[in-house]
Design a protein around this ligand. Structure first.
Ligand code: ADP
Length: 259
């Protein structure tokens, strides 16, 4: 089990928040946000108090994933009250901006926005906060990993070599700043045709598991390409909360039990 106590003392914890877990990917579009939201809901299904923090400032997905929009309330005009959906608290820069307004900030502004989302939000009490990290291994990611007392990181990758090369960089980044790797999730691992039941390994399959074994970190699970998952994500109906019997939801629930 990930615990906050593993975090080095110098970092600033969030009052009333237990373990903080990052969900990260080496590149965009691999399903990092989808995984973060469904892992958060899988942890909630275990009876934990859970928050989902959207640190993907340039491409915030949490509003769409949870069907949450609009400016959150504040307490005394200062502390932000997070939105809530499916029993978890959520906060995203996307609540503050119009959906089609691009964020054109430089690195330091991104860091300061993330700092606000962490420390100026009424998160407490939470057992676990899941952070949907910005994709990649740039400055913002490194600063976050150094600043926030992360109990661990979950790395999401598709099975292709290119995605895995980037995932490897992400793992190396967290290891460099002593954040434990909780494991790798292979997303878009395979496709089961609903009409025939035939299985297709569209992007190849098993690459992430081999990589996990090679570098000695846990392999948490393989999530298939799932039409219901994609539709639910786009409509604010995450699969773990709305179709928990679906095989993909079952895989997320199992991933949640492992972290
Ligand atoms: P990232 O956060 O890595 O940029 P997203 O989570 O936003 O990626 O996913 C990108 C797109 O792929 C979204 O439209 C999402 O619904 C879809 N998607 C992610 N995982 C799956 C999956 N296993 N099956 C089908 N669609 C998926």
């Amino acid at each position: 089990k990930a615990t906050a106590s593993r975090a080095p003392q110098a970092k600033q914890g969030i009052e009333g928040v237990g373990a903080i877990i990052a969900v990260a990917s080496g590149k965009g579009g691999v399903g990092k946000s989808t995984t973060a939201a469904n892992i958060a809901l899988a942890l909630k299904a275990q009876g934990l108090k859970v928050g989902l923090m959207d640190a993907d400032i340039y491409g915030p997905s949490v509003p769409r994933l949870l069907g949450l929009f609009g400016k959150p309330d504040t307490v005394d005009g200062k502390r932000i009250v997070p939105h809530e959906a499916y029993g978890i608290k959520a906060m995203s820069m996307g609540f503050m901006l119009e959906e089609d307004t691009p964020v054109v900030w430089r690195g330091p502004m991104v860091i300061s926005a993330i700092t606000q989302l962490l420390y100026q939000v009424e998160w407490a009490p939470l057992d676990v906060m899941v952070v949907d990290m910005p994709p990649g291994t740039g400055d913002a990611q490194l600063t976050l990993a150094q600043k926030v007392p992360l109990a661990g990181a979950v790395i999401v990758s598709t099975p292709q070599d290119l995605a895995l090369i980037d995932a490897r960089k992400g793992i190396a980044m967290f290891q460099k700043v002593d954040v434990p790797i909780l494991g790798i999730v292979e997303n878009m691992s395979y496709f089961i045709a609903p009409d025939t039941g035939n299985r297709y390994d569209i992007f190849g399959n098993g690459g992430a598991e081999r990589e996990a074994r090679r570098i000695g970190v846990p392999f948490l699970g393989a999530v298939p390409i799932t039409i219901a998952l994609r539709e639910g994500s786009d409509e604010g109906r995450p699969i773990v909360a709305t179709q928990p019997q679906d095989p993909a939801a079952q895989i997320y629930l199992e991933i949640g039990r492992q972290i």
